[in-house]
Ligand binder design. Structure first.
Ligand SMILES: [Zn+2]
Ligand SMILES: [Zn+2]
Length: 138
């Protein structure tokens, strides 16, 4: 597990995550690509997350099981948070100094559009596989 700090573009929000999994995932689902204009490169940060400037975070309830947070001042995407477990997934690009990151999983591979692909060899899950695997967690 890695520890690192992050900040949004304008500096209103500062984040310290102390249990970052260096094996990150990419989500190709329609929601993530609509939210960010591209697939979501997400690192699992667990629940050991400290947030400074939380009053500047706008939270959008994107589904019944998760919410998405962004800086209300500059729009920087900050997290995808699972409601039940309280676990954070954060954009890998927020953390400037993480080393030994490895793309490990691609979610919603069946929603990946034809206009891009990655050379990284990773595990993949389709929507159907995800719904089955996480059925008890959502
Ligand atoms: Zn900001
Ligand atoms: Zn997604």
């Amino acid at each position: 597990m890695l520890s690192s700090t992050a900040s949004c573009l304008c500096g209103s929000v500062k984040i310290t995550a102390s249990e970052i999994n260096p094996k990150f995932s990419v989500c190709h689902c329609d929601s993530c690509r609509t939210w960010g204009g591209a697939p979501f490169f997400a690192v699992q940060c667990g629940t050991a997350v400290e947030i400074e400037g939380g009053e500047n975070i706008k939270v959008y309830e994107s589904s019944s099981w998760a919410s998405r947070g962004f800086c209300s001042e500059c729009g920087t995407h900050l997290f995808y948070k699972l409601k039940k477990s309280g676990e954070y997934n954060m954009p890998v690009g927020l953390f400037q100094n993480l080393k030994e990151l490895e793309m490990d999983m691609q979610y919603f591979s069946d929603q990946r559009p034809d206009y891009y692909c990655f050379l990284n060899e990773t595990k993949e899950m389709t929507k159907a596989e995800i719904l089955e695997y996480f059925a008890d967690q959502v």
